[in-house]
Design a protein around this ligand. Structure first.
Ligand code: ACO
Length: 422
């Protein structure tokens, strides 16, 4: 039986039956029946901006699936490159498809020498690596002019491979520049994460062999961060993509959205918060101050997860494996105590605030030696696969250009007064 809601228009007394589809009301139906009545929804808390087949998320139940596969299974059994393929193609690759995919990604990791020499090296000596990444990704569009052919299937495929392959190279280059170390070229004999770690840490050794446990931990973190449906940066990707901009410009917009502390910058904020708390004994007082309205518990709360973020559970386990190699991050005890206190406190439980993916990821990155400034960059590398999957889906859906309405609350028309008479 079709579902609907009946609304009485008190202005006219008319009753209107509005159909419900997928648990919501389509604006096209609403506009037909109630022309001129707008939804006011800043922050899109109750607005679905698109249909998607990529990621399923149930925030109440703590469920996250990519293309139907539970995140827990992918984190345990898959690899980031396989997950990137899955997000973009809708199916897991066969062995032959995966070999071809890995080969292509591996052989597109190099960046044009001018991106590095003329562009990246033009930044100020203490430039933030995320600012460099945002700009460098946008700059790539000027190197691949065919990227504008967004309705040419082969061109689209090429740009997708280039972006996924070059993100680690740009990320590591931004880091090396910001600490005054020479650029390290990609090593095609290494897999995706081991190659990134080599570009990050290699000094004078002929080949940098990353610790396999650390490379695998990074791969798991990349799987967990690969997509998360309509988050702020993916929405930015879709909004800019809807104007038919090239994928580099779209990705640069998504990176910029990820830069903010409410989104990709949150794990950096967690480390700063834990450092400020300083010791185990200071935790109760800190929690009290948050409850009094002095700041937020960073890494807690989420727009859609109203129970434990499933990614946070996996990360907590991964942290133990990393610490068995690197030694325990001294901030871990503070984090655990904070979690313990918050999860028993009415303020947090009544608002359904639980640890999110960022609560523990920063501790892992820090233990692995990444500087805080690199945290959002580490998020951008894997999220590129998700952004591109949404960009591709948007183009296939022939989506309309994103253009929301606004409710004007400014002044009524008034006369212009010449400057000397004001
Ligand atoms: N610490 C303390 N109180 C909080 C927190 C927090 N981390 N998060 C939300 N609240 C409180 C708010 O003060 C508000 O309380 P009130 O109802 O008494 O006014 C209530 O919970 C609801 O908060 P909103 O801001 O309305 O929730 P929203 O869904 O808009 O925000 C967000 C979600 C931005 C993630 C928020 O929880 C937050 O700022 N968390 C800290 C930053 C963070 O960890 N971000 C990472 C998100 S995950 C990601 O992007 C990868």
């Amino acid at each position: 039986m079709p579902e609907s809601i009946t609304i009485t228009d008190n202005r006219t007394g008319n009753q209107l039956e509005i159909p419900i589809a997928h648990g919501g009301v389509a604006a096209s139906e609403w506009q037909k029946l109630l022309p001129g009545i707008w939804f006011y929804d800043p922050g899109f808390t109750a607005t679905a901006a698109c249909e998607s087949t990529i990621t399923y998320l149930d925030g109440d139940a703590g469920i996250l699936r990519y293309r139907g596969y539970p995140i827990e299974v992918l984190a345990e059994r898959s690899t980031y490159l396989e997950v990137a393929y899955l997000l973009l193609h809708g199916e897991l690759p066969t062995a032959a498809e995966f070999d071809a995919w890995r080969h292509e990604i591996t052989y597109h990791t190099y960046i044009h020498e001018n991106v590095r020499k003329r562009f990246l090296e033009g930044f100020h000596y203490d430039a933030h690596p995320m600012g460099m990444l945002v700009s460098a990704v946008a700059a790539l569009s000027t190197f691949y002019l065919d990227a504008k052919d967004i309705f040419d299937a082969e061109s689209r495929r090429r740009q997708i491979i280039r972006l996924i392959a070059k993100m680690p190279t740009l990320a590591a280059a931004a880091h090396r520049f910001s600490v005054g170390m020479p650029f390290v070229y990609p090593d095609n004999s290494l897999d995706f994460c081991a190659n990134f770690l080599s570009m990050m840490w290699k000094v004078a050794e002929p080949r940098f062999d990353a610790n396999p446990t650390l490379a695998r931990a990074l791969d798991i973190l990349f799987i967990l961060h690969a997509d998360h449906e309509q988050n702020c940066s993916t929405t930015a990707m879709r909004v800019v993509g809807s104007s038919h901009a090239d994928p580099y410009s779209c990705c640069a917009a998504a990176c910029a959205a990820l830069y903010g502390p409410r989104h990709g910058g949150a794990n950096e904020a967690v480390i700063r918060m834990l450092t400020e708390i300083g010791s185990f004994e200071n935790v109760p007082a800190f929690v009290e101050s948050v409850k009094q309205g002095h700041g937020r518990l960073q890494g807690f709360g989420h727009r859609v997860y109203k129970s434990y973020d499933p990614r946070a559970k996996i990360i907590k386990r991964t942290a133990e494996e990393v610490f068995s190699i690197t030694g325990k991050n001294p901030l871990l005890d503070i984090a655990l105590k904070l979690e313990e206190i918050a999860l028993q406190d009415e303020y947090f439980t009544s608002r359904r605030l639980y640890p999110n993916v960022d609560f523990y990821s920063g501790l892992i990155y820090q233990a692995m030696g990444f500087p805080l400034e690199m945290f959002p960059v580490l998020f951008a590398i894997p999220r590129t696969a998700g952004w591109l999957a949404h960009w591709q889906e948007l183009l296939d859906q022939d989506a309309k250009i994103s253009r929301p309405r606004q409710l004007y609350i400014g002044t009524e028309p008034r006369d212009y007064v010449p400057i000397g008479q004001r």
